[in-house]
Design a protein around this ligand. Sequence first.
Ligand code: TRP
Length: 355
Amino acid sequence: MTISETVSDSLAAAQRRSRQIEREIALGDADAFRILTGDRPTGHLHVGHYFGTLANRVRLQDAGAELFVLVADYQVLTDRDSVGHLGEYVTSMVCDYLAAGVDPAKSVIFAHSAVPELNQLLLPFLSLVSVGELQRNPTVKAETARSRQSSVSGLMFCYPVHQAADILAVKANLVPAGQDQLPHVEITRLAARRFNERYGATFPEPDTLLSSAPLLLGTDGGKMSKSRGNAIELRATADETAGLIKRARTDTVREITYDPANRPEVSSLVLLAALCLDADPVSVAAGIGSGGAAALKRVVTEAVNEKFAPLRARRAELAREPGYVRQVLRDGCEAARSVATATLTEVRDAMSMRY
Ligand code: TRP
C-alpha cells in the first residue's frame, strides 16, 4: 500500500466514524462526549472560523456535549519567534467565543500557559513517540521543508505531542476539526494507546469529528487566514465589511455562477453569501445571474452584515466589559487546571511517580 493510499484509507475511516458520531448525537447521546478543540491566538477570528468551527462547537455544546475550548497560546511560538500581540488576540478570541454562543456556564475556555499540569504531560508523552513518527507528521514535515531543518524549533517538532497533551489532559474523547488536524489526532491516539499498554488503562482514544464546512477564500484569493490581512473578521463593523468585500478579488465574467474549480474567487463569495443566508450556493448564484461582480458583492455584504449583526452586537457589549471577559478566562483556566491536575495525578500513580 502506498502512503497516499494509507492516508486516503484513514480519511475514509475518519469520515465513516464522524458520520456514526453525528448519528449518535442526533439520537440524543451528545452527553457521552467530552470535546476539546482550540485555536492559536495569532490574529482575530473571522467568518471562516465561524462557519468552519465556531458554529459547530456551539451546536455540540447546546446538544449536551461537554466542551473545552483551548486558547493555544504556547503553540503561537511553534513557527514564530515572539508572541506578537498575544494579549490583544487572546481577549479578542474569548470575546468571539462568547459572542458566538460558547456558554461559560456550561463550557470551559482556557489557555495552555495557565495549566502547568497539561504541559507536564508532554514529558511522558514524548517518551511514547519516536522521532521518525514526528518527522512523518504532515505539519512538521511541511514546516521542515519550508525552512531549513536546523531552524525548525524544538517546539514545532514536538507540537503534535503537545496537542496530544491538550486533548488528553482533560481526557477528551472527541476533537472536532478539519482534515488537516487528523494526523495530530492520530498521534494523540498513539500516545493514549501506548500509555495504556505500558502503564494501565488511563486515557480514551479520541476520535476526530470532521467538519463538513467548506473552505472560504480570503479577499486576496488565498486561504482566509487570521494572520494574512485577507479576512472578514467577526469584530469588523458593517462598513468595514463592505469595504473589504468591495476590494475582494473576482473575475471578468459577468454572469455569476457557482463553479469552485474554475472560478474560485467568485464561488467563494457566492458560498459566503449562501452560508449566511442558509441557502444553496447554486441558487444564490442564479439569483444574481448577469448582475456581475458589483451585484454579487452587494448580496454578500448584505448577507454577512445581516447574519453577523446579533453576534457583533453581543461582541461589542463584551468588548466594553474587559473585566468580565478576563474573569471568564480565569475561571476556565481554573476549571481546566483542576481536571488536568486529576489526570496528572493518575498518570504519576500509573508511572509509580507519586512521592
Ligand atoms: N493546532 C490547532 C490549530 O493550529 C489548534 C489546537 C491546539 C488544537 N490544540 C488543539 C485543535 C487541540 C484541536 C485540539 O488550529
